[in-house]
Design a protein around this ligand. Structure first.
Ligand code: GRF
Length: 180
């Protein structure tokens, strides 16, 4: 199945998915200056930058939805996409949206996952790929990868270690998900 990827920034997970040979029909960003957008465009991938600014969330999501369908996407992969999708959008793409989250869910939903893992004294951290539902970071788990938390780790060093694991986990899980 063709995958549409939603990003907001750097896009390193999107790059890992593209580099793994996943068929990507569209990369959409809610920020026109997202570095990942230029990277995708350079590779001949269809890109679009849309934001709710001035038009509102419902109209924005309708445009994203239309662009995904026009590009032939049947699965949506969130990759560092920093907005919450509405219940209506999630409903239209029921069980076809996946996300990567930088924690071992159900631990540390939401933001600042690495700082929270360190503050809790965790010795193991990691990332999770899950189905997106109306509830934040709570849909069915599709895969997880663990990394050690090392003595002296701060949020940045831990984030870098987890990110490497993300780049291995997401393509593997999404390939499976998009071919079933
Ligand atoms: C990743 O850590 C991802 O798990 C989280 O946001 C970060 C996005 O990084 N949701 P990138 O844009 O894929 O480089």
């Amino acid at each position: 199945k063709t995958v549409g990827i939603l990003i907001s920034g750097r896009g390193s997970n999107m790059m890992a998915l593209v580099d793994a040979g996943i068929p990507v029909g569209l990369v959409a960003s809610d920020r026109p200056d997202a570095p990942g957008l230029a990277w995708a465009k350079d590779r001949g991938i269809a890109t679009i930058a849309l934001s709710p600014r001035g038009i509102g969330k419902a109209a924005y999501e309708a445009q994203v939805d239309a662009a995904l369908r026009e590009a032939g996407c049947e699965v949506v992969a969130l990759a560092g996409y920093m907005r919450l999708l509405s219940d209506a959008f999630v409903g239209r793409w029921r069980d076809r949206i996946v996300n990567i989250h930088p924690s071992l869910l159900p631990k540390y939903k939401g933001l600042d996952t690495h700082a929270r893992a360190i503050a809790a004294g965790d010795t193991v951290a990691g990332c999770s790929v899950h189905v997106v539902t109306e509830e934040l970071d709570a849909g069915a788990l599709l895969g997880q990868a663990e990394v050690p938390v090392l003595p002296g780790d701060g949020p940045d060093t831990l984030a870098a270690r987890v990110l490497e694991a993300e780049h291995r986990l997401y393509p593997r899980v999404l390939k499976e998900f998009a071919s079933r």
